[in-house]
Design a protein around this ligand. Structure first.
Ligand code: GLA
Length: 382
């Protein structure tokens, strides 16, 4: 499926710039469990998937650089020494941000042209943004022989998102997209930024995504607010990250925080514990336990952390009514995007159909069903 994308960007590139490009595929990600724990120094459980961004990139000798988003049929020209963020919400901020962060590290790059196209819709909660950032940094590192390690590259991608896009994201998305391993999920410790791969083979069960196809506005500011709330409670507790707090620790400051923020911090502490339990459940092939942790995760995200929405809650409720779905929850930052479902293989078609029908009649719009394979991280395509 990504072959087609690669072919398309390559063809367009040679057509427009009449030179062979370097080709890169950078995947999106799923996350089995561990949501909003990454910027709290905690554990997450993502995997790169077979959908993402294909990019064609090459040096330019025209004295300026060009980026083309094929999906949007949108082109920007820019000069490397005059970069500043474009207006909020513009796709070029992902490209500009990466270039600026490379320059901030005193690495020298020259002009370049890039054309990219993706097959995950923005707002699906599958990190098309991290995939794009990683494709740019990976391509520039290669073209201009910058000698950046993969760890340095993901920190550049993350900073681009903070400083140019305006979302104070954690490291999960960039990490999963860069370090993904075929057929594996990564149990990532976001404090040390080191992960353990877990082979994912659920035998007669599989993961299935259903996209609500909504992205509610204000999701970026709500995301940043959640992060600040967590950081202020860590500060009160005298620790670097909420990951280091226990529920008992949190009790000690209960009178100093608002009830809503108390619930948010409690969610983070509990979600982190669930993510550690989930790793054991996967190791023991205990899918019932994994599924119930996934349902608990959704309840926490919806009731305590307050990042779900009616559409996501509805799809999870549909899953709960079906005994063949062992677990379901919203995935990613929230306020829209996908649910991830752990479901019996034999029931996928029937569930996808019934959930889609119910969704349509409830919201008068369509959801989309995605089948995914766990795949390799950002790489050059020969
Ligand atoms: C977004 C962010 C990640 C992470 C998730 C929630 O995807 O980019 O860093 O915080 O939300 O788990």
């Amino acid at each position: 499926m990504s072959d087609k994308l690669i072919k398309e960007v390559k063809q367009k590139f040679t057509e427009i710039f009449t030179i062979e490009p370097l080709l890169i595929f950078s995947p999106g990600r799923i996350n089995i469990i561990g949501e909003h724990t990454d910027y709290n120094g905690g554990f997450v459980f993502p995997a790169a998937v077979d959908k993402g961004i294909a990019a064609a990139i090459q040096k330019s000798d025209t004295g300026s650089s060009t980026a083309i988003a094929l999906d949007l049929d949108s082109t920007v020209q820019f000069e490397l020494d005059k970069l500043k963020p474009s207006k909020e919400g513009s796709w070029e901020n992902y490209v500009f941000g990466v270039v600026a962060e490379i320059q901030n590290r005193n690495k020298i790059i020259g002009d370049f042209n890039i054309i990219f196209k993706g097959n995950i819709p923005g707002g699906a909660g599958m990190s098309s943004s991290a995939a794009l950032e990683n494709s740019v940094v990976f391509g520039l590192n290669e073209l201009f022989e910058l000698g950046l390690t993969k760890h340095e590259m993901i920190l550049i991608s993350q900073k681009a998102e903070h400083n140019y896009v305006g979302v104070n994201c954690g490291i999960m998305d960039q990490y999963a997209s860069m370090f993904g391993i075929k057929d594996h999920a990564l149990h990532l410790d976001c404090r040390t930024i080191e992960s353990r791969p877990y082979k994912i083979d659920f035998k007669d069960h599989q993961l299935l995504l259903i996209n609500t196809n909504v992205k509610h506005s204000l999701s970026d500011s709500a995301y940043n607010d959640r992060r600040s709330a967590c950081e202020s409670i860590s500060e009160l507790l005298g620790i670097d990250f909420l990951r280091d707090a226990t529920e008992a620790d949190l009790e000690t400051v209960i009178n100093k925080v608002t009830p809503t923020n108390y619930q948010k911090a409690l969610y983070v502490i509990q979600e982190n514990a669930r993510t550690i339990k989930a790793a054991k459940a996967i190791k023991n092939n205990d899918l019932e336990l994994l599924g119930s942790l996934i349902y608990q995760s959704h309840a926490g995200l919806s009731d305590q952390y307050k990042v779900s929405c009616a559409e996501l809650d509805f799809l999870v409720a549909q899953a709960k009514k079906n005994k063949h779905v062992l677990g379901a929850r919203m995935m990613g930052g929230g306020f829209g995007g996908c649910t991830i479902n752990l479901i019996a293989r034999s029931e996928v078609k029937a569930f996808a159909e019934s959930a889609s029908k119910a969704y349509k009649s409830k919201f008068d719009k369509d959801c989309s069903v995605y089948f995914i394979e766990l795949s390799e991280g950002t790489h050059i395509v020969k």
